[in-house]
Design a binder for this molecule. Structure first.
Ligand code: IPM
Ligand code: MN
Length: 354
């Protein structure tokens, strides 16, 4: 098969983790006889520095022409600490999501048995937790009408029936492929937008009787996630709630450096780690590349339907963890920590020899 991908490393540790994931993609393509065509493009803070735009048109065109996008992370403290900055790296990410129509963000929250000791939760609670959060990504407060004055400011949490139906359809499908349990997370006791979500979801639940659908307020869901993470199979929610809940979900597993994500779109799909750009670690070769490598596995599976290739990557990642070839964030006390590139190289070698 011919794979055409755009590579957007972004800022901070982005280039390092994407570099390793790209090596893994090359290794897998070589092993399974696929032809890989890839091209780099700029985004985020360094794109602002270079061309004054965090998601330049040339980058957008490349993404549109590619089957999939491998994305690192964006963000820079220069902008975080300056509320008056007119252009921010994050705006580029949001522009990309909107322009590529990436409405469904799939974030698997998965624990690794060999890492449960790293979780802040008790081992017996977290062992075996494995669910997917499906976050609506192009609507809600992130994109609703805003006003930013000195004495008053607001964001509008707007959702249309079509947007809700579209994301719920994806959620029911995922639930069908898994354990057929869908939890719709909202704040229908307070928010009008959430009441529309619930109404539409209730209608669709009737049309999907094979799926056990339940409803949970977001405050309750945030609690349930740490009290009983195994309760969840597939969770679906709006943009803002999904942003918050997936950060919470990522720490259940022990390290943010482990969780991949896919953003499924109208034009193409974007695969990225859920962690940020961690600027303090940039260039130090210490960041955990596993989340990005696992995002590449999702790319093989979702965009190209290449399940064996995806499994090979996941197998190699598991083997690296079990073999204690780990970066500092997930290493056991007393064991030597491996660098970003050492972990990446180990995984490529494993795939080559498997
Ligand atoms: C995420 C990030 C982004 C978001 C930021 C960087 C704009 O936190 O992908 O979860 O809020 O969506
Ligand atoms: Mn976030």
């Amino acid at each position: 098969m011919k794979l055409k991908i755009a590579v957007l490393p972004g800022d901070g540790i982005g280039p390092e983790v994407v570099g390793q994931a790209l090596n893994v993609v090359k290794t897998v393509c070589h092993k399974f006889g696929h032809e890989l065509e890839y091209q780099y493009a700029i985004c985020g803070a360094h794109a602002i520095d270079e061309v004054g735009d965090p998601y330049p048109e040339a980058t957008h065109q490349l993404c549109l022409e590619s089957d999939a996008v491998l994305y690192g992370a964006v963000g820079d403290p220069r902008f975080d600490n300056d509320p008056s900055a007119k252009i921010r790296p994050e705006q580029g990410l949001l522009a990309m999501r909107k322009k590529l129509g990436l409405f469904a963000n799939i974030r698997p929250i998965q624990t690794f048995d060999s890492l449960v000791h790293k979780s802040p939760l008790k081992e017996e609670l977290v062992r075996g937790a494995d669910f997917i959060c499906i976050r609506e990504l192009t609507g809600g407060m992130y994109f609703g009408e805003k006003h930013e004055g000195d004495d008053m400011a607001y964001d509008t949490n707007i959702y249309t029936r079509n947007e809700i139906q579209r994301i719920l359809k994806v959620a029911f499908e995922y639930a069908r492929q898994r354990n057929r349990h869908l939890t719709v997370v909202d704040k229908a006791n307070v928010l009008a937008s959430s009441r529309l979500w619930r109404k539409v979801a209730q209608e669709m639940a009737l049309q999907n009787p094979d799926i056990q659908t339940d409803f949970m307020f977001v405050d309750n869901a945030s609690m349930r996630m740490i009290q009983e993470p195994r309760f969840f199979d597939v969770m679906v929610t709006e943009n803002t709630f999904g942003d918050i809940l997936t950060d919470e979900g990522s720490c259940i597993t022990g390290s943010m450096g482990l969780l991949p994500s896919a953003s499924i779109g109208t034009y193409t799909s974007v695969y990225e780690p859920i962690h940020g750009s961690w600027p303090q670690a940039a260039g130090k070769n210490v960041a955990n590349p596993l989340a990005t490598i696992l995002s590449a596995a999702m790319m093989f599976e979702y965009t190209f339907g290449l399940k064996d290739e995806a499994s090979e990557i996941r197998k190699a990642v598991d083997a690296s963890i079990v073999g204690n070839v780990r970066t500092g964030d997930i290493q056991i006390e007393g064991e030597r920590t491996y660098s970003t590139s050492e972990v990446g190289e180990w995984i490529c070698e494993y795939i080559n020899n498997d």
